[in-house]
Design a protein around this ligand. Structure first.
Ligand code: ADP
Ligand code: MG
Length: 250
């Protein structure tokens, strides 16, 4: 009975989100047009204003705000009109070598990123979308960390015959990733609302990162869970389908 109710609730939520999603996509497109209308004028000011420091600063501010607005629009569109994942075999060694390189500048030596994954273990997934998921998790971990903190990513095949988190029925069909930080952690209320679109505790947050990540993981047939202790840190658990041995069709 509980399970049936859960599924009914989930379906209702999906319907509500899909009509909201259409609205959000329309608003995002319109908003993007507005931003694109502003940008060329900011550039004109930037060009003409050389010599006038105040004008140059103003132009840079406009440019930066417009860029931020566009990044938010892209996130909203990504959420409202999600692309079907293009599933391919992704060996963890290659995937995380590239990921590591992309993240470094964004961590800026303030926090360490330690990646410890079996290089020849492979998952079945969409490289761009999963990159987005891991990058959302790592950037959130960075935001929650003090200088000198450590973020770690580890991976292992899920255990056989264990219902991990009471939900993952066949964990051995997945690679189990842990993304851990030793940052500020979060309250119980936050853990309950994390994946909600637009839920944020940050002054300049969008509240879209985890909502988008949740959706991507769902579309991969995977799972995502969070464990957190205020003051101690947070671990996100991610289950992504393991790739069949090479040469075996999936
Ligand atoms: P945003 O980063 O824009 O706030 P997210 O959807 O990425 O939106 O995250 C939602 C909220 O979840 C954050 O505002 C923060 O409160 C909380 N959160 C996510 N990851 C962590 C973490 N590693 N440590 C502490 N809080 C976190
Ligand atoms: Mg975020």
């Amino acid at each position: 009975v509980t399970e049936t109710r859960m599924i009914a609730e989930q379906l209702a939520k999906v319907r509500r989100l899909s009509s909201l999603g259409q609205l959000a996509a329309t608003v995002a497109h319109e908003f993007n047009n507005v931003l694109m209308g502003i940008l060329p004028f900011a550039r004109v000011i930037a060009k003409r204003g050389t010599g006038d420091a105040q004008l140059a600063t103003a132009a840079t501010s406009i440019d930066r705000s417009v860029s931020r607005g566009r990044a938010i629009v892209q996130q909203i569109l990504g959420f409202a009109q999600p692309a079907e994942p293009e599933l391919v075999r992704l060996p963890l060694g290659d995937f995380f070598a590239e990921f590591d390189e992309d993240m470094r500048p964004q961590l800026a030596n303030r926090v360490a990123l330690v990646i410890n994954v079996p290089a020849d273990m492979a998952i079945t997934g969409d490289a761009i979308q999963l990159h987005q998921v891991f990058s959302n998790l790592v950037l959130n971990a960075r935001d929650a960390s003090r200088a000198g903190g450590t973020i770690s990513i580890s991976a292992a095949r899920g255990l056989t015959g264990h219902a991990e988190f009471g939900v993952v029925r066949d964990p051995s069909a997945f690679v189990h990733f842990r993304v851990t930080d030793d940052g500020e952690g979060m309250s119980k209320e936050t853990t309950l609302r994390l994946f909600e679109p637009l839920f944020t505790t940050k002054a300049r947050g969008t509240g879209l990162g985890l909502a988008v990540s949740y959706q991507i993981v769902q579309r991969h047939g995977g799972h995502i869970f969070v464990e957190s202790t205020p003051g101690r840190g947070t671990t996100f658990h991610l289950y992504i389908p393991i790739a069949p041995p090479e040469g075996v069709p999936s």
